[in-house]
Design a protein around this ligand. Structure first.
Ligand code: FAD
Ligand code: 2HG
Ligand code: ZN
Length: 515
């Protein structure tokens, strides 16, 4: 569709939406509720500002505020169950009393989905952190949802396995949170999405029913694959309490190289060559523009390349190989580098090959550390979008020019507009780093960016989800029929709207919590 018609259709949809359950229909936690929770959980698993607990609001701060400091809730009560049965009892009670629940993992989500809109109960999974079983032959791991991703990586490592997912937040995010957001991360190119690697889930439904789908079977075609509904549902359909996941064998050899490019135009032809030459050993192809690189270095993420190496670089690509034989992989990578550098019109200025495990990690840190660097530089507005690869740069430059035209570019307002991301997955992270969050910048960015995405028939959320941030933007990427069926499913699973209210298909209320 030409953009104007497409946008007009979308706008019409927007005004026609009605929601089943509004947060105002939900109740606040009372002292009586707390007394009931005390029958389910020991005192050490309840944190509440209500009597008799009387914790200070400071003690609840880390649960009420998100990783970016952009979304804020005012929950009075955090519950930390240890067992699935306890989760079930809590959820059943909240359903009967119409109390909203926000499931919370590591609280590293980037769309405001993990913190309350108002004063919903926060159900933290962090006390559910046991590995239930691991089969070193099949590589199938069954774990509590609250296991931290890094701890699972460490658990399977001695068995020569790795987790199929890896991301910068691995030290804090939990496997349940990863599944709830269908997190993508740095290994998706090689191992695919969690829709493929998750074999089974245990979920507590909004009425307290424990849905045991924790199978360890690779193949099971007995009817609907219900677990898929909870992967990426962002806690709006139930609480994930257990995860069965296929862990791949650890590669025998991993190498990486960072390539400096004179222009973004060279990224796509480079990707084609790299795919062709490295074929089965290519495991990541990640992009960072020059400003992202400079900010990563400025804020201590990874070791800077030398002045010669970065001279004239407009952007960088990090290529990783994972294979079965070190000499074979190194030879392939060296051949690739040689052919790139010796080409008549080289696509790259230079390439830096890691020579040790420390250098390997340091090169990765330049890419993985961008998110943290941007948070140190200012207040980031994050747009994780799917658009055609060829448009990555145009979208970043267009946004910068748009902000300039509004007089918002400069140290007083927007300091940087940067692009980085997962080229191999067609996923651009467009970040706008501001001095502070402000209504003027927000109004300049939205719906501008969503309209650009819609004009490319792209996705407003490639991997981080909808959360509280994009509830009003779903229609830019989903058809009216899709949204209608999402609503029907939500109504079916959660007729009282207690599970993560106002998220994913929420109300404009969600916008008001942005500071
Ligand atoms: P939370 O932030 O606690 O919650 C996220 C959502 O899931 C919320 O809606 C919450 O209600 C729901 N939820 C959490 N646990 C459960 C549960 N057990 N049952 C039901 N619902 C639940 N994301 C990517 O996709 N790729 C990346 O590469 C990536 N890199 C990141 C790097 C950094 C430095 C940071 C800070 C974030 C990054 N993220 C990335 C975003 C975030 O880490 C992921 O979305 C992660 O999967 C969230 O896990 P969590 O345990 O922190 O979940
Ligand atoms: C990444 O790919 C994460 O590094 C975070 O998805 C992206 O900071 C972001 O916007
Ligand atoms: Zn990402």
């Amino acid at each position: 569709l030409p953009f104007s018609r497409y946008a007009a259709q979308r706008l019409a949809l927007r005004s026609s939406r009605a929601y089943h359950s509004r947060p105002s229909a939900l109740n606040s936690v009372t002292e009586q509720d707390l007394a009931h929770f005390a029958k389910i959980l020991p005192p050490s698993s309840i944190l509440s500002t209500l009597p008799p607990s009387s914790a200070s609001p400071d003690e609840l701060h880390q649960y009420n505020h998100d990783w970016m400091g952009k979304y804020h809730g005012v929950s009075t009560t955090v519950l930390k169950p240890k067992t699935t049965e306890q989760v079930s009892e809590i959820v059943k009670w909240c359903n009967g009393r119409r109390i909203g629940i926000v499931p919370q993992g590591g609280n590293t989500g980037l769309v405001g989905g993990s913190v309350p809109i108002r004063d919903e109960v926060i159900l933290s999974l962090s006390n559910m952190s046991k590995v239930r079983s691991f089969d070193p032959v099949s590589g199938i791991l069954v774990a509590d949802a609250g296991c931290v991703l890094q701890s699972l990586t460490d658990y399977v490592a001695p068995h020569n396995h790795i987790m199929p997912i890896d991301l910068g937040a691995k030290g804090s995010c939990q496997i349940g949170g990863n599944v709830a957001t269908n997190a993508g991360g740095l290994r998706l190119l090689r191992y695919g999405s969690l829709h493929g690697t998750v074999l089974g889930l245990e979920v507590v439904l909004p009425d307290g029913t424990i849905l045991d789908q924790l199978t360890t079977l690779r193949k099971d075609n007995t009817g609907y694959d219900l677990k898929q509904l909870f992967i990426g549902a962002e806690g709006t359909l139930g609480v994930i309490t257990g995860v069965s996941i296929l862990t791949p064998p650890a590669p025998q050899a991993s190498n990486n190289v960072i390539l400096a490019l004179p222009s973004f135009k060279n990224v796509l032809p480079l990707y084609e060559i790299v795919k062709r030459q490295l074929s089965e050993i290519l495991s990541a192809f990640e992009y960072i523009d020059r400003t992202s690189y400079d900010l990563a270095v400025k804020h201590g993420q990874g070791r800077a390349l030398s002045d010669d190496e970065v001279e004239g670089a407009a952007c960088f690509v990090l290529v990783e190989t994972s294979g079965g034989r070190r000499e074979h992989d190194e030879e392939k990578l060296t051949d690739l580098l040689e052919s790139l550098l010796e080409a008549e019109n080289p696509l790259i200025n230079t390439g830096v090959l890691s020579q040790s495990p420390a250098q390997f990690s340091s090169l990765w840190a330049l890419r993985e550390g961008v998110t943290e660097a941007l948070a140190k530089e200012g207040k980031p507005y994050k747009y994780d979008i799917s658009v055609p690869l060829s448009s990555f740069q145009e979208v970043v430059d267009g946004t910068r020019e748009h902000l300039r035209s509004k007089g918002l570019l400069g140290d007083h307002a927007v300091k940087h507009v940067v692009g980085y991301g997962h080229v191999g997955d067609g996923n651009l992270h467009l970040n706008v780093v501001a001095k502070s969050y402000s209504p003027e910048i927000q109004a300049a960015l939205e719906p501008y960016i969503y309209e650009v995405v819609a004009s490319h028939r792209g996705s407003v959320s490639a991997e981080h989800g909808i959360g509280a941030m994009k509830t009003h933007a779903l229609h830019y990427s989903k058809s009216e029929a899709s949204i209608a069926w999402m609503k029907k499913l939500k109504q079916l699973f959660d007729p009282h709207g207690i599970m993560n209210p106002c998220k994913t298909r929420g109300t404009s209320l969600a916008k008001q919590v942005i500071s």
